[in-house]
Design a protein around this ligand. Structure first.
Ligand SMILES: C[S@@+](CC[C@H](N)C(=O)[O-])C[C@H]1O[C@@H](n2cnc3c(N)ncnc32)[C@H](O)[C@@H]1O
Length: 235
């Protein structure tokens, strides 16, 4: 029932944890967590009544009524602060940041935050560190021609500025999977396209920006090549 994106989210949840899926919509993830025996304590939450109705239908159809709590909640406002693993998937990076940063009890290094942004990923990475969170790892996923990344995060308690390069690729170079490599090549291609567009501009500031973007693309390419050398593969 789950797509690859949500399967990766499920895989990052700790066995037996008290879980909340924020913005659950269809509640596929909570149903999977129970059916795959990952946890027995999961809440499916959504801010809108219609998706929550849809969640209740999926839960009933899966024979899991009474086993999954459903809560109408804006972000984490009505969620039990004892929740250990929080999933926020399928939303824009800015909304994910807003939901997370307005919850005080999430600022606990014991909690795990599993975040899957659809847009504004560089913004989310930067904002997480600025606010005092950290990314433990990232799992890139490609599905139906789209690239996604799932961020496993926790409260760090120390605010930090990240580099522009880190905001673009986060911890993807560390994941070492073929999907991670594809993701990075995709980023290189995207950056080079932007740089090519800016290079043609008359404005010297734009041409300077093109050089900076090209340098970022080159840095990512160098990272990829050095990783291959480390693992003994040919450049
Ligand atoms: C695109 S769906 C994602 C569903 C599922 N999490 C997934 O990744 O497939 C986004 C859901 O987030 C819900 N949502 C949007 N803002 C929210 C908020 N502030 N708090 C809780 N849920 C929210 C929407 O109602 C919608 O059901």
């Amino acid at each position: 029932m789950l797509d690859k994106r949500l399967l990766v989210c499920a895989d990052l949840i700790r066995k037996g944890a008290k879980v909340c899926d924020v913005g659950t919509d269809h509640a596929y993830l909570p149903c999977h967590l129970i059916l795959a025996h990952i946890t027995e304590d999961v809440t499916a939450a959504d801010v809108n009544p219609k998706p929550l109705e849809s969640a209740k239908r999926t839960i009933a159809e899966a024979g899991l009524s009474g086993k999954i709590k459903t809560v109408l909640s804006d972000g984490l406002q009505k969620i039990d602060p004892d929740t250990q693993d929080i999933v926020i998937a399928g939303m824009g990076g800015e909304l994910i940041a807003k939901i997370l940063f307005s919850c005080l009890w999430c600022r606990d290094p014991q909690k795990r935050l599993i975040l899957q942004p659809m847009t504004n990923i560089p913004y989310l990475r930067t904002a997480l560190y600025r606010e005092g969170f950290e990314i433990l790892l990232e799992r890139p996923v490609s599905e139906r021609g789209h690239f996604y990344t799932v961020l496993l995060c926790r409260w760090r308690g120390e605010k930090k500025e990240v580099s522009r390069l880190f905001s673009l690729i986060g911890k993807i170079p560390e994941c070492g999977t073929p999907e991670g490599e594809q993701h990075l090549w995709y980023q290189i291609g995207r950056l080079r396209k932007i740089a090519a567009g800016l290079k043609a501009a008359k404005d010297p500031e734009k041409r300077q920006e093109a050089e900076q973007i090209e340098a970022l693309a080159q840095e990512i390419e160098n990272k990829l090549k050095s990783r291959k050398t480390e693992t003994g593969e040919k450049k």
